[in-house]
Design a protein around this ligand. Structure first.
Ligand code: ATP
Length: 467
């Protein structure tokens, strides 16, 4: 009773609009607008009871594959506010900005690179006035705050706009305490903040979001090999672990004129959203830019001993960097399906069982039979010892199934009057709707196996290329 794999889906079906997914997310408690009772706040969203589970599962899948299953990557968890000199050395104070254009008529602001032509020649995308757009000026995306009781220019600090810099700044501490040799990586996940000019598209572009980034330090001569390795490894993570439809993913190498100031080569992993192909994750070759910049900025040596040359060298860095919220959005968009059944239609989230907020729901067929309810509750408790599980008897069985399909629960278990005769209950598979009768005592183990078997958790990373 294995469900269809994601790749079996008819790929001609376009991804649903963000509105459709946002409405499901709101209705079922995945994602709410932040401070909604006060009118919300652009670029900020909150995760609800199911959303926090989904998001944690996405993060766990990344951490497991990027850190725990590997010998050559370790993790850190750094402070969000760092010494402001970090952001001077990294180039963010001077250059982490987007070109911004103002409309003199309606006061709206736009990113120049989102406009379809030069500001002096086109109409304002909001009010339609011609000749009302200003020339572009650079707008720094970092949020500034002050630290300590006195607010003056010497107390200004920034909320980090990316998690990467902590890995460079802590390079020496990590390499020394873990006695590392090249190649090795440092990974981190956590909040980042960007004062985006135009946040929007649900949780695609936020002002407060989470990132998962890994800095992989290599011998400079091995940069190309490792760059290719990480592009492939990261692409496979999206298809094999998150089970995102490969037909809606593509790799896009950056043209020379769009590379960031620190990057020698970058390839984006893009997804075909309803708004078009957009970046999910970027793999960048940051060379020795950051370590050298921080060595110069701090006066400390950021290098590693190279046995071959008998000298210290500054490694190059390959960085896979992705956004957690964008991954959650992609899982929701990619999993969303409306299926026409004989008499009705159903909405379902066809997401990998490892990502599902609830793995199994127990649904008793007759809630006015106390002994049945008692057995079903006991089964739920047994399941909960192993995985997130739920009990629901508040509607007809058809409705209960629909509720679970819509939130991506891969398995529903119905306990019925016959359960007392045969000591068994029925497991129903979300995707195929096939049913299997399994002894009540064996159900928790059976569900565990099904969830694990289909989740690719056990997939070990491919061997590293021999540099
Ligand atoms: P863009 O050019 O679209 O502003 P970027 O290229 O600056 O984005 P990176 O700095 O490479 O983005 O960030 C790495 C990842 O972090 C992105 O692939 C994306 O998944 C995520 N990310 C970046 N900015 C945001 C944001 N404002 N909201 C949500 N996720 C983001």
């Amino acid at each position: 009773m294995l469900a269809r794999a994601a790749e079996d889906r008819p790929t001609a079906v376009p991804a649903p609009n963000f509105d459709v997914v946002a409405s499901l997310a709101k209705r079922r408690g995945f994602v709410f607008p932040s401070s909604e009772i006060y009118g919300g706040m652009a670029g900020f969203w909150d995760y609800g009871p199911l959303g926090v589970e989904l998001k944690n599962n996405v993060k766990a899948a990344w951490w497991r594959h990027m850190v725990q299953l590997r010998d050559d990557v370790v993790g850190i968890d750094a402070a969000i506010i760092m010494n402001p000199r970090v952001w001077e050395a990294s180039g963010h104070v001077a250059g982490f900005s987007d070109p911004m254009v103002d409309c003199r008529s309606c006061q709206n602001r736009f990113r120049e690179d989102d406009l379809k032509g030069p500001p002096s020649e086109i109409a304002c995308p909001n009010c339609g006035n011609r000749g009302s757009l200003t020339e572009a000026r650079q707008f720094n995306l970092m949020f500034a705050t002050t630290v300590g009781p006195v607010a003056d220019s010497s107390s200004v600090a920034y909320l980090r706009p990316e998690t990467a810099q902590a890995m460079f700044v802590q390079f020496d501490n990590v390499a020394t305490t873990t006695r590392r040799k090249l190649p090795f990586g440092i990974a981190q996940m956590g909040r980042s903040f960007r004062n985006e000019i135009t946040p929007g598209n649900f949780i695609f572009r936020l002002r407060e979001f989470e990132q998962m980034e890994m800095e992989f330090f290599v011998h400079p001569r091995d940069e190309d090999e490792w760059f290719a390795y990480w592009v492939e490894a990261r692409h496979r993570w999206w298809t094999d672990v998150l089970r995102i439809d490969g037909a809606r993913l593509r790799l896009r190498p950056h043209a020379a004129d769009e590379l960031s100031h620190y990057s020698k080569q970058t390839t984006d992993i893009e997804y075909e959203y309803p708004i078009g192909w957009s970046e999910l994750e970027g793999v960048a070759d940051r060379t020795d830019f950051d370590l050298k910049a921080h060595a110069a900025g701090s006066g400390k040596r950021l290098a590693i001993f190279d046995e071959e040359s008998g000298d210290h060298l500054v490694p190059y860095v390959i960085e896979p960097a992705m956004g957690v919220d964008r991954a959650v959005l992609t899982v929701l968009v990619d999993g969303y399906e409306e299926e026409q059944l004989d008499k009705e239609s159903r909405v379902m989230l066809r997401i990998a069982p490892a990502l599902a907020p609830i793995k199994a729901a127990v649904l008793p067929l007759l809630r006015n039979r106390p002994e049945l309810v008692e057995r079903a509750r006991r089964l739920t408790a047994d399941l909960k010892a192993l995985m997130p599980a739920a009990y629901d008897d508040t509607a007809s069985i058809g409705k209960l199934y629909r509720r679970q399909d819509e939130i991506g629960t891969p398995y529903c278990i119905t306990v019925d009057p016959e359960s007392f005769d045969d000591g068994a209950a029925t497991i129903r598979d979300r995707d195929s709707m096939t049913q299997e009768r399994v002894s009540l005592d064996l159900i928790p183990q059976r569900i565990s196996d099904l969830v694990a078997g289909r989740s690719a958790w056990e997939g070990v990373p491919r061997e590293a290329p021999a540099p």
